[in-house]
Design a protein around this ligand. Structure first.
Ligand SMILES: [Zn+2]
Length: 281
């Protein structure tokens, strides 16, 4: 019988889940639409569906690790989903904020390996932020730093958390949609805006620079708050790094009160899922 953990990464768009070896190697992956807009019951059903797919009778489950987004981005709480899973599966169920798990894998196995204070920022539908200091998650047990919901503009656009002008409104996919409108581009999402930039579309290139400036303002605050040695960017939007990195770094360089950290882009495909192997310890 094969022993494995199950790691879940539940995003605004998809539930990504994988079987993970004790060493943190991903053995199998499965993806299912999260359908977060369809409410609690649907998310619970989708989660169980994914587990049924992964936990075939030849697998001995060592633990199920839920990488759960901020409560602001998810209608179902972690204790609710934990209860639903525990009723059906007997193995231990543990959870951690998704950005914390992403950062933990980076700090233990990735580009944060040689550094003391590692901050991970995931750029997707939401903006997550995890802090790992001396290889330990700072503020763990599902409580991430919630830096995505620090307000950069008290009069800014309304965020899903109820606050106004959150970092997430300037560095997540809603920011890109707003910017696309401003630059009169018909692209519907980050991927399309990235494709336009690759084709040399001038408006798209300008858009990514403006995005980089916003991101840099947020990362400046993170620098001032945590004095990280390295910030590692993850999530779909980080793919467009080369189109926003100059504007982003310029902002940090001119505004941060502490030494600008090294900034890297994650090379992992599923860092939050792989973390299932180390998060239980
Ligand atoms: Zn918010």
């Amino acid at each position: 019988m094969k022993k494995a953990f199950v790691g879940f990464d539940v995003g605004g768009t998809n539930i990504e889940a994988g079987l993970v070896s004790e060493q943190g190697k991903i053995l199998a992956l499965f993806s299912h639409p999260a359908q977060t807009n369809k409410g609690k019951k649907q998310i619970a059903q989708n989660t169980i569906k994914v587990l049924e797919k992964l936990l075939t009778p030849d697998i001995k489950c060592l633990g199920i690790c839920l990488a759960w987004p901020s409560p602001a981005n998810m209608p179902l709480t972690i204790s609710e989903i934990k209860k639903i899973i525990s009723q059906k599966y007997k193995c231990p169920v543990f959870f951690e904020n998704d950005a914390n798990l992403f950062t933990l894998t980076e700090a233990l196995r990735g580009q944060g390996k040689k550094h003391k204070t590692v901050v991970g920022v995931t750029l997707g539908t939401g903006v997550g932020c995890g802090v790992v200091d001396n290889k330990k998650i700072f503020n763990g047990r599902g409580e991430a730093s919630e830096f995505g919901h620090v307000s950069l503009n008290f009069d800014g656009p309304k965020c899903v958390c109820g606050n106004k002008g959150c970092f997430e409104e300037y560095a997540g996919s809603r920011a890109l949609k707003r910017l696309a409108k401003k630059y009169k581009l018909t692209a519907k999402n980050g991927q399309e805006l990235y494709n336009l930039a690759r084709q040399g579309n001038k408006k798209a290139l300008k858009l990514w620079q403006e995005f980089g400036k916003y991101l840099g303002i947020g990362l400046t605050s993170i620098t001032n708050a945590y004095d990280p040695d390295v910030i590692i960017l993850g999530g779909q939007i980080s793919k467009a790094y080369k189109y926003f990195d100059k504007a982003m770094k310029q902002e940090i360089k001119t505004k941060a009160l502490l030494k600008p950290p090294i900034i890297k882009v994650s090379k992992f495909k599923n860092a939050a899922i792989a973390a299932a192997a180390f998060a239980s310890k």
